[in-house]
Structures are given as C-alpha cells and as structure tokens.
Write a protein that binds this ligand. Structure first.
Ligand code: 5GP
Length: 174
C-alpha cells in the first residue's frame, strides 16, 4: 500500500487526550486497588504503554496473544490463543486492554478463558470499538472511541505487520 491510500482519523493529540480520560476513570474506579493489566498482543502494546503511564494507581502487566486465521483485513471466525499469561490472576482485579473490538469473537473467547482462572473481577478496556460489526454479543467496560466500519492502522494497529509505528490512527481508503 502506497502513501495517500489512508487518511487520518485520530491524531496523536486526540488519542493522548482520550487515553488520559480513560486512565483517570480507571484510576478512580480502582482506587486503592492494585490491578493486573492484560494486554492483547500485538496491537495493544502501544495503548497499554500509554494507558498505564497515565494511570495514578499501581498495576502489574502481562500479555496474551490471540490469533485469528489470515493476515488480511477481515477478522476470521476461528480464534486461538498463541501466548498465555504468565501471572496467576486468581482473586485479582484484572483489566484486559485491547486495541480494537470488531466482531467481538476475540474478547468473548479471552474473557471466557480468563474467567476460568477465577479472578476477583474482570473488565475490558478497548481503545477502539466497531460496535456495528459484532457477530457475538460483547460490551467493553471502557471504550476510547466508537468507530464506524473501515480498516484502521497506526498506534499499534497493523495491516500485514505494517504501520504499527505511526503515532496517529488512520483509516485505509477503499
Ligand atoms: P474481533 O475478534 O473483535 O473480530 O477482532 C479483534 C482483532 O481483529 C483486533 O485485535 C485486531 O487485531 C483485528 N482488527 C479488527 N479490526 C481491525 C482494524 O480496523 N484494523 C486492524 N489493524 N486490526 C483490526
């Protein structure tokens, strides 16, 4: 894909402001608690890094990696876990941090997977939410931006492993 085939959707300034608001809300909701953040690789790594540094509560961090088959721009039906957490979450307050929820299949699968480990609480924070594209019922507890259909890149999000490094979020033009 050549330059010029994507247009900016959220600038880094807008993202930073919204991440700060989410961090404030999470910090207030979990005041006096120490939470475990579970980021979903690879897309959420930048969001996790910015979110935890904007929070005013302590946390520990772990990551999972879930893959759906294919590397193109369509999410597939089949979700598999390719990297599990390395921390015990039993009896802990856990917050899953995701870059984008699309069909909801990944989060539905992951929430079920983690609930089996008996955390005290389990919530989900996503930077981006394509609510209209759900194939399964799923509501995140914290949402940065609700977005319409369209394939997004930048700020950790890729298209076939490209564009993750971009500080802003872009939508790929049809
Ligand atoms: P879901 O399981 O909700 O359909 O999809 C979640 C995953 O699909 C995300 O973690 C992300 O990897 C990928 N995905 C969904 N929509 C987009 C998008 O617009 N851009 C990028 N880069 N990935 C997306």
């Amino acid at each position: 894909m050549e330059d010029g085939q994507k247009e900016i959707l959220y600038s880094n300034i807008e993202i930073k402001k919204r991440v700060g608001e989410l961090a404030d809300k999470i910090s207030a909701d979990y005041a006096d608690k120490e939470i475990i953040i579970i980021g979903i690789l690879k897309g959420a790594f930048i969001f996790v890094a910015d979110l935890i540094r904007a929070m005013s509560i302590p946390c520990s961090v772990d990551f999972v990696r879930c893959a759906s088959y294919g590397t193109g721009s369509e999410s597939s039906e089949k979700v598999v876990m390719t990297k599990d957490i390395e921390t015990s979450i039993k009896g802990q307050d856990v917050l899953i941090v995701e870059d984008i929820v699309d069909t909801g299949l990944t989060l539905k699968y992951l929430v079920h997977w983690l609930e089996e480990r008996n955390p005290r609480s389990l919530k989900v924070c996503t930077l981006l939410d394509k609510r209209k594209r759900r194939k399964v019922e799923f509501e995140a507890d914290y949402v940065g931006f609700s977005v319409a259909d369209g394939f997004l890149v930048g700020y950790g999000l890729d298209y076939s492993e490209r564009y993750r490094f971009l500080p802003d979020i872009y939508v790929i033009k049809e």
